[in-house]
Design a protein around this ligand. Structure first.
Ligand code: COA
Length: 209
């Protein structure tokens, strides 16, 4: 068997040969839990713990994004994760098909306890802290976070909802709304026309295959 990263036939302990493992020149896609077809991960995207991350077809992750796999990340099809997005906190994150995190958004999947009862920061041993990573953050199909929005642990952006720039999401957002503000408030309704467009696009992909 040849190494899928360098094509050579070296010693193997995992999916790629030992030489590649030590070289630091590894195609990050080979380290993911799973990776669909036609996925683009730009070279300056930083992905930590790729072995717990699943990525669907046609998804794109831009340079200068930071993704920490934490307790697992499921990324759907045709998802766009723009530059300067960070997915942090160590919990679980799920993002559905045709959803987007636009530039600078922050997904927080877990946090230390800020009440003062416990210490905050990984620089002190865990027994002095009370990090909570029990809650999943989810963005459902067709949802979009506007630039620099922040989503807190345990929240769901339901199907088709969008946030304006700089929105703070502390509670679930109901489907097909337009939300803005700190904290987020529903200020408008979003058209569902994109569902038909999405179906048309998917039919086109099937016909091409
Ligand atoms: C929220 C948003 C979708 C509304 O767009 P729109 O319907 O064209 O709205 P308008 O620009 O006409 O603004 C309508 C009102 O919302 C306010 N508003 C617009 N964007 C806002 C935001 N991000 N937060 C708070 N209020 C906002 C406007 O001040 C205006 O208030 P007013 O009625 O009191 O004057 C849009 O402003 C936005 O934030 N888009 C996100 C763009 C983005 O992040 N793109 C990612 C890069 S591709």
């Amino acid at each position: 068997m040849n190494c899928p990263n360098c094509g050579g036939s070296g010693e193997f302990a995992g999916r790629i040969c030992d030489k590649c493992k030590g070289s630091g020149e590894i195609d990050i896609k080979l380290l993911l839990k799973s990776c669909g077809e036609n996925v683009t991960i730009h070279p300056l995207a930083k992905i930590v713990k790729p072995e717990v991350i699943e990525i669907g077809d046609n998804t794109q992750i831009d340079d200068f994004s930071f993704i920490y796999g934490g307790q697992g990340i499921e990324i759907g099809k045709n998802v766009h994760i723009c530059s300067f997005v960070s997915i942090i906190g160590g919990g679980k994150f799920i993002i559905g098909d045709y959803a987007s995190l636009t530039a600078g958004c922050r997904v927080i999947t877990g946090s230390d306890d800020f009440t003062g009862e416990y210490m905050v920061s990984p620089t002190v041993p865990t027994k002095f802290r009370k990090p909570n990573m029990a809650d999943v953050v989810e963005m459902q199909d067709y949802s979009v976070m506007g630039t620099n929005s922040v989503i807190h642990p345990g929240t769901t952006i339901k199907e088709g909802s969008v946030t304006g720039s700089c929105t703070l999401i502390t509670k679930d957002l109901e489907p097909w709304g337009i939300y803005t503000g700190t904290p987020a408030r529903r200020v408008g309704e979003r058209s569902k026309n994109i569902i038909d467009l999405g179906r048309e696009y998917a039919r086109g992909i099937k016909a091409e295959a």
